[in-house]
Design a protein around this ligand. Sequence first.
Ligand code: FES
Length: 168
Amino acid sequence: MTELQMRVNGVTRTLDIEPWVSLLDALRDHLGLTGPKKGCDQGACGACTVLADGVRINACLALAVQYADKEITTIEGIAKGEAGTHPMQEAFVRHDGFQCGYCTSGQICSAVGMLTEYAAGTPSAVTPAKAAERIELSDDEIRERMSGNLCRCGAYNGILDAIKDVAA
Ligand code: FES
């Protein structure tokens, strides 16, 4: 067992875990944060997406011990400091960006991280010159940037509309 301290949703948490435990299992099984979902457990579906220092990662592919010095944000903490919900959560509701909802926490975390990455001009931004501009992504650019998050119900049009609503 390894004692690990992690910052999760603004709170320092202490875990006793084996060093091979994934971040997803640490969040779900050790900290009771079941918002991040286990879909494929292989990095293919995006249901487990969380933010590490604001950057989206697949928690199923990460070892918890690798993230001891990062600020982890799950869907449970994405609205911190705001009035209960994040604007992206509200937009998903407005635009029916879900059906069964299993992928939704990952979709929302990914969408928030994607817009943050774009605004910050990280290597995933279209061009560095666009970083300081208002976020103007084409539908295809949003689809490409969200391609790591699958929705088996096919709610992609609503998800796209929700992200465009927030990005506008
Ligand atoms: Fe992590 Fe599918 S559960 S990508």
